[in-house]
Design a protein around this ligand. Sequence first.
Ligand code: SF4
Ligand code: SF4
Length: 318
Amino acid sequence: MKKNILGKTGIEVTELCFGALPMGPLQKNMDLESSTKVVAHALQKGINFVDTAQMYKTYDPIREAIKLTEINPVISTKSTASSYDEMERAIDEALSALDRNYIDIFFMHAARVNEDVFEVRKEALKCLLDYKSKGYIKAVGISTHNVKVVELASQRDDMDVIFPILNYKGIGILGGSVEDMKKAIEKASEAGKGILIMKALGGGLLLNDYKKAMDFVRNIKGYHSIAVGMVSIEEVDFNVNYFNGIYEENKMPSLEGNQKRFIVVESLCKGCRTCLDACPNLAMEYNEAIKKARINVEKCLTCGYCTASCPEFAIRAI
Ligand code: SF4
Ligand code: SF4
């Protein structure tokens, strides 16, 4: 599979990055044995880049897959921490749970945070940079849905890698259009930033248009890798084949088992609104009449971030 160097980091990654969100408890909630097998298969098929996050709770299968295969991939992770101490705990957790003495790329996990992200998260960023200077982190970056944040990050010397959202329908993009995001990515790449793209398939909403959606992202200038969430051996094989130039539409894994939807169970919802802040795409709405949250399915990226935020466990994947 084609490999690219992530900007000026010197880190070489495969064009296809294994996205570890969907196998975890926020989405499919696979057991350790099955999820380890899927990650191990991805590594054995040549994917050398795995993306996870503190919030995804998928460090265990990644660690186990590395032990099983003795293949040591590039790992990126991220945390929503905003204080120095919180970020320090997130780094310690990643190092210990992944059983590693360094993390290749550590992102500020800031999907829908606005242009003030570098101000409101400045202590967390300082922590990442301190750990980078001590050798525990190789590269620092930001994951974002916001065009303006991509533009700002591309001008900062402390940002090595940017992880923006991009898909042909513009699902989830904030602060500008698809074209604006494409231009911002191109400029960031010209400025020497590594570019990892997320949600090329719109969080699963564009799966029925797989080739069109992937071709769109692969035709933009300046990206280095694309993170794709995978939950089965068949999905790994299908994606690896596509990135190796073999597209077999008839072999696309059945999507039915993996198509998920999130709902708010009205009888459990206490109307606290916590989930509204957790949603990266403003898909969580509040019905004043009945004082309950509800999900706008037109906007929902099926990321599952809201499930972890609800103190009443009222948000369920079905
Ligand atoms: S966080 Fe849970 S309880 Fe609170 S409004 Fe959202 S769904 Fe309802
Ligand atoms: S409502 Fe928002 S947070 Fe919840 S799954 Fe949909 S996009 Fe993700």
